[in-house]
Ligand binder design. Structure first.
Ligand code: KJ5
Ligand code: ZN
Length: 264
């Protein structure tokens, strides 16, 4: 939105970059911020994670719409029957939305988490909230409020499962644009076949940066085509020089602050 004084149109300020977020959100320099660089040799295999495997049960008619949030695309989910449990989670969490973060056209940076310093061109986030709370608004700032599954996208062959979603980006070019998802869609198709992951306690990676996320980062990337990565740039956002292609909407890795990363 922009402020208007009759003749004078004052554009709403372009959001500040990650290195200035701490001015308005001091928790940006907190003790459990995300993302992090996952140093695989320091990750500790925890048998308990495999003894109680992560259970992902999504229904195939849970996705309602795709929106341009001005910072990413967001597929809004109605949550009916889309639950995860087990693994690092002490209760059932329900899917509320998924979105992604990506880099420049053709580049290899863009993921938020990195693995031994290696970046991927994009990272998908499936956001779930703890069913012990009455709604996602109550859960969003609680230490055990959210569980986000991160899936790395690598550049390769087309991802047939992602195509119905990536084809919609051209329909939501501007902030607040929204298109309904009229077809059945099961977001589980976006998960890699091998369900091994790293898990650690962290935060939202965009303001308000609440330290409320149990992160579950899948070890294996899923392949998407260069065209599907390019489709992410059909989404537009405000840049200092006016409207431009949405890209580089990722936060770089944050200090680990002594946290343990566990591994299956
Ligand atoms: C408050 C809404 C919100 C975000 F803005 C967000 F960026 C993430 S993230 N990148 O950590 O997955 C969430 F999980 C989330 F729930
Ligand atoms: Zn995210």
């Amino acid at each position: 939105e922009s402020l208007s004084f009759g003749f004078l149109q004052v554009a709403s300020p372009v959001p500040q970059g990650p290195n200035k977020w701490h001015e308005q959100f001091p928790i940006a320099k907190g003790q459990r911020q995300s993302p992090i660089d996952i140093v695989t040799s320091n990750a500790k295999v925890d048998k308990a994670l495999s003894d109680n495997p992560l259970k992902v049960s999504y229904s195939n008619n849970c996705c309602q719409s795709v929106t341009n949030t001005g910072a990413s695309f967001q597929v809004v989910v109605d949550g009916a029957g889309t639950e995860i449990s087990g693994g690092p989670l002490d209760s059932t969490y329900k899917l509320v939305q998924f979105h992604a973060h990506w880099g420049p056209l053709g580049g290899d940076e863009g993921s938020e988490h990195t693995v031994d310093g290696v970046t991927y061109p994009a990272e998908l986030h499936l956001v779930h909230w703890n069913q012990k709370y009455k709604d996602v608004g109550e859960a969003v700032d609680k230490p055990d409020g959210l569980a986000v599954i991160g899936v790395f996208f690598s550049r390769g062959k087309e991802h047939a499962g992602f195509k119905p979603i990536s084809d919609l980006f051209a329909k939501v070019p501007r902030k607040a644009d929204k298109v309904d998802i009229s077809f059945n869609y099961d977001p589980a198709c976006l998960l890699p076949a091998r369900r091994d992951y790293w898990t650690y306690l962290g935060s939202l990676t965009t303001p308000p940066l609440f330290e409320s996320v149990t992160w579950i980062v899948m070890k294996d990337p899923v392949e998407v085509s260069a065209e599907q990565l390019a489709a992410l740039r059909n989404l537009l956002w405000e840049t200092p020089s006016g409207e431009g292609q949405m890209c580089n909407n990722y936060r770089p890795p944050q200090p680990l602050q002594g946290r343990l990363v566990r591994s299956t």
